[in-house]
Design a protein around this ligand. Structure first.
Ligand code: ZN
Length: 200
């Protein structure tokens, strides 16, 4: 499996999705309770990669995961969340570089979307499992975002009472919610109720 450095926005999206599966975000309900949930997570996020092969490789690794791998993936969420929560540039670079420790060096590879063009990619070490693959993806996502967009793109969710966090890779950089479809709607409903409750 290879993670292209140009694919950092996708990789950062995987990191955001991963940290927002925790029981802390879902009020006691861990969204990665078993390996079936891990497979569903890998299918969902793998399918969003623009790079042919990366998503399939991620999904394949998830299907081979046992209890120990699932545990390692769940444990990975803590250090990734720590980086998003305290986004100082040096810390982000050191922490995310450590996350890419499961990679085996950078290589120039062809860009499937642009024939004749090449880009940097980091390969996953031989024999690595889904936890190491996700660690590499998160590391690349964080490093790519720091380089291209800056450390102010690491933020807590703006919805009241939501404990989620996200990496904003949108062009204008005005994303407000960890899960825009869900937290954005919740925030709108709360605003609406507050307006209605106010005496006019
Ligand atoms: Zn949220």
């Amino acid at each position: 499996m290879q993670v292209a450095l140009d694919d950092y926005a996708w990789a950062a999206g995987v990191a955001t999705g991963l940290v927002n599966t925790t029981a802390e975000v879902w009020r006691g309900d861990d969204r990665l309770p078993d390996t079936a949930a891990l497979v569903a997570f890998a299918d969902l996020h793998g399918g969003r990669s623009a790079r042919p092969g990366t998503g399939e490789a991620l999904a394949g690794l998830a299907r081979r995961a046992g209890a120990a791998e699932l545990y390692a993936v769940r444990e990975l969420r803590g250090p990734v969340r720590e980086l998003i929560d305290r986004p100082r540039r040096g810390r982000l670079i050191t922490g995310a570089t450590a996350l890419t420790g499961s990679g085996r060096g950078a290589a120039l590879v062809g860009d499937p979307a642009h024939p004749g063009r090449t880009g940097w990619a980091v390969g996953l070490r031989e024999g690595a499992g889904i936890a190491e693959a996700l660690s590499l993806v998160c590391g690349v996502g964080i490093l790519g975002t720091v380089r291209a967009l800056g450390e102010e793109r690491f933020r807590p969710c703006g919805a009241p009472a939501c404990r989620g966090a996200f990496i904003d890779t949108t062009r204008p950089g005005r994303r407000r919610y960890c899960m825009p479809g869900l937290c954005g709607n919740r925030a709108n409903v709360a605003d609406h109720r507050a307006r209605k409750a106010r005496p006019s």
